[in-house]
Structures are given as structure tokens and as C-alpha cells.
Design a protein. Structure first.
Length: 136
């Protein structure tokens, strides 16, 4: 399994945004500059992260972006799902047609595999990804 470029960029963007915690808001252009990602890409990622409730956007003077909840309460799973949708290794779980669906002995086990993968990603907080110390 490999993350899409957009999911990877979302992780990088969220890590950069988390380093501004407590320091006010940051603009998408500042995040682009800090991460080295193209501004249009950051705008697209920020839009998805905001729609998923991971970032909060404020317009006007003094506006900008900030985490919608503490970095320690945002997981790698949250970020990946904001961009990719539900974590699933196979398309058959999502109801897509499969040529061997009627005769597949593995299909009943995919939900456990997907749940285990999601839990592993959920156990990695944004603070760890950003190299921050968690505050208890």
C-alpha cells in the first residue's frame, strides 16, 4: 500500500500547521513556503482538511488557518481519511464489482485487515509526525 501524493502532502501540511499551535493563524501561502509544496496543491489540501474538520479557516484581518483541535487529538488516520476517504486496502469492501466475488474466501477477512490498519494509523498522533512533544 502506498499513500497518494495528495495524502502525503496533507500529512506534510498538517505537520507544518501544527507547529503554529498557540501562535495564532497561518496562511496557506505560508504553509506552502514552509513545506516547499506548490501553493495550488496546498490550497487543495487545505480545502479537504477544512471540510473534514481538521483545520479551521477564518477570513478577514487576522484570519488564516489553525488546527480545529489539539495536535495530539489528530491522528495520521484522520489526515489520510480526509483526503483518501475510508481506509480500505481493497475495492471489494466498498461494494465495487469483483470478478471472483462469488467465490472469494478472503473477502470476509478484509474488514479485520482494514480495521487493524486504521487502528495502526490512528495510534500515530500529529504531534509525533511533527516532532512535537505531547502535552498530557
Amino acid at each position: 500500500m502506498r499513500l497518494s501524493n495528495l495524502a502525503d502532502y496533507a500529512v506534510v501540511t498538517m505537520s507544518a500547521a501544527s507547529r503554529h499551535c498557540g501562535g495564532g493563524r497561518v496562511s496557506a501561502s505560508e504553509l506552502a513556503s514552509e513545506t516547499g509544496l506548490p501553493a495550488p496543491t496546498v490550497q487543495k489540501v487545505v480545502s479537504k482538511l477544512t471540510a473534514a474538520g481538521l483545520l479551521r479557516s477564518t477570513r478577514g484581518a487576522g484570519g488564516g488557518l489553525q488546527l480545529a483541535r489539539p495536535a495530539a487529538a489528530i491522528s495520521l488516520a484522520d489526515i489520510v481519511e480526509a483526503v483518501e476517504g475510508p481506509i480500505a486496502l481493497t475495492a471489494c469492501i466498498d461494494g465495487h464489482d469483483c470478478a471472483v466475488d462469488h467465490n472469494c474466501s478472503v473477502k470476509p477477512h478484509w474488514p479485520l485487515v482494514n480495521e487493524t490498519l486504521r487502528k495502526a494509523l490512528a495510534d500515530i498522533p500529529l504531534t509525533q509526525l511533527a516532532g512535537q512533544r505531547e502535552i498530557a
